[in-house]
Ligand binder design. Sequence first.
Ligand SMILES: Cc1cc2nc3c(=O)[nH]c(=O)nc-3n(C[C@H](O)[C@H](O)[C@H](O)COP(=O)(O)OP(=O)(O)OC[C@H]3O[C@@H](n4cnc5c(N)ncnc54)[C@H](O)[C@@H]3O)c2cc1C
Length: 369
Amino acid sequence: MLRSTGDRVVIVGGGIAGALLAKTLQNHADVVLIDPKEYFEIPWANLRAKVDPAAVERTVIPHADYLTHAKVVTAFAVGIDDSVVLTSIGRAVAYDFLVVATGRTCNRPQKQSERLEMFHRDRERIDAAESVLIVGGGPIGVELAAEIVMKSPEKRVTLVHGGPRLLKVMGARASAKALEWLRSKHVTVLLDQTVDLAGTTPDTREFTTSASETVTADCHFVCTGRPVASGWLRESFLRDHLDEEGHLKVDDHLRVGGLKNVFAVGDITDVPEAKQGHLAQRQAMVVSRNLRLLVKGACRDEKLHRYKPCPRANITVTLGRRDALAELPFMTLIGHIPGAVKPRDLFITRTRRMMGLKSKPYGTMPRVM
Ligand SMILES: Cc1cc2nc3c(=O)[nH]c(=O)nc-3n(C[C@H](O)[C@H](O)[C@H](O)COP(=O)(O)OP(=O)(O)OC[C@H]3O[C@@H](n4cnc5c(N)ncnc54)[C@H](O)[C@@H]3O)c2cc1C
């Protein structure tokens, strides 16, 4: 049992939100980060990393590189009560303050080297393929299709999407522009169709859609939405604070169910705004400031910072290195101009800088338990 110290903050989930929170709080409290991976990664660089080896190593960052004063428990949280988190390695971690930041379910290897190998394998599969199938026409599927055709225009790319239009997180105009752009790059887009993936393996070459079309492809990528990672809370004392989709209901201070010492940040919350990494980071910073006040001692609610949701999502979809699609309040732009606004390196440098990392990772190892 890892006993409480009076100012113990346990953060469950080392994604964009949990990692930033742990980093900014580590010198102000006794911080423990629980994450099944030994690293955090920059999700919006994932798709570039599949085609560009130079991007990969800067986007998968060991927790050890930015957590010099926090403890890391490499495990899943599997249960919780009002003072202790139970982990998949049998270790119980006591908390004074708890932050749930488990985002969305995702199967990732434990080690950074294994994750880097996954990227290399994906790149080799794409490089070797003459044809690629992408299932799912949200931002992830569209960005991946664009990365592939912009790097290798000769490849035959098919994008199958279950809805009537691509990018339903954006307006109809943006969907139409994305469709036109992809078709101009000779991507075959099949709308209102799904692909039966049951029984497929990475070696499957022939796929059947719900409209009985046959798609042949040397490799395929599934880019459909992932559920919220709150299954481990379903039997816990927080279960009554989950909404139907599994999001944790939070108040203005991002506290759960009015509990004074339990917070949630990032994609796991029910904050009424788009689930975006930069917003998850904003939420993490609000909780970081509040926890710094709370661990110092008595702090009245009026002194705590409030989180203001950002109802208008400002989504930019990257289309390879030069182009992008951006939805602005009065217009929707596609091409080089919005492409010039989003940095070529997809905010990798900025995100690394936020985590206190320069071009080369540095730092001492945290205590891994
Ligand atoms: C391919 C892709 C592209 C994207 N592009 C953009 C973009 O351009 N701009 C943007 O703003 N946003 C983008 N997003 C969205 C953004 O990445 C998410 O909003 C953000 O990652 C949410 O952060 P999070 O920390 O809440 O959750 P996550 O990033 O999902 O992290 C959750 C963490 O919790 C851990 N975890 C899960 N279950 C448990 C458990 N039981 N115990 C312990 N740990 C657990 C996971 O291992 C993970 O480390 C993109 C997402 C993807 C996937």
